[in-house]
Ligand binder design. Sequence first.
Ligand SMILES: [Zn+2]
Length: 304
Amino acid sequence: MFLPTPRRAVGCVALWLLFLLFPCRLPAVAADAVPPSAPSPDEPFLPLRAADGGDIPPLTEEEKLDLRCLLAVYPAVRHIAAESDGSLLLVMSDGSRVPYRSVPPAADDVKATMAAPYPPEPLRPPTPEGVAPGRVRSAALLAALYGVSQADVRSRLSTVPFLQGVVMMHWRVTKAFMGVTERLRAALQQDPSLRPWLKSDGGFAWRRIAGEPRLSAHAYGIAVDLSARRAPYWRWSRLRPHPLQQTYPSAIVRAFEDEGFIWGGKWHEYDIMHFEYRPELLCKARAGKTGGVSPVPSGDADAR
Ligand SMILES: [Zn+2]
């Protein structure tokens, strides 16, 4: 006959507490319990799992690089699920799934948002019509990383000191943005003439892109505008391209890019005041130079 000793009783209570605390996670773990694909000796490990236990579809080298960068810069992306129709999904830490490669292809899946190569400083190639690396965003990835509604995003904002003022940013971006601030402070000491370019004109703002139905990156708390009076938006100017796309201070752009932010001055539809946290694009750009996924500093401290 089983008689509960005090130690057994404590163990039973602990098990029940675990079950009560995590009842919804158990099926998700079971569904994802297919072993990841085995890495080949000459290829870095990629946590890729067939969602239905079938074959894993072939990936191009560019797709592998995209996925390695997404895993490297966003700790909330846990692994990649491959569907039998050939589509690939990013599986997030909360179990949600974000389309990376859709079948048929979608204009706003994550793969499409990473297709145009972003040129880090000192590169500033011409931006003819159709060239706007990073201007296309995946609404599904932004929602999964930063929040699904205004109230959701607002509940995750932090007030971050920025030179003379403060900026409201999403907590996943706070660390990277503080890194930018430190770099800009050092650049200002070297060159005080940068100061007029560094007036904060807003971080988080729940709004759509001017003239478009899509939500702005500001609505997720991952973007900041600087000195809007000096640094124009394409709809407010007749100049195409704008001379500032070439002459805007490189030290400022570099400070942001080094922390994972892209600059809207590198788009055909330029937004010269605008910087936005898109570390996957900088990771991909630098991997081309270094031959591997480089450690773009990640502000995404997922363990918060
Ligand atoms: Zn902006």
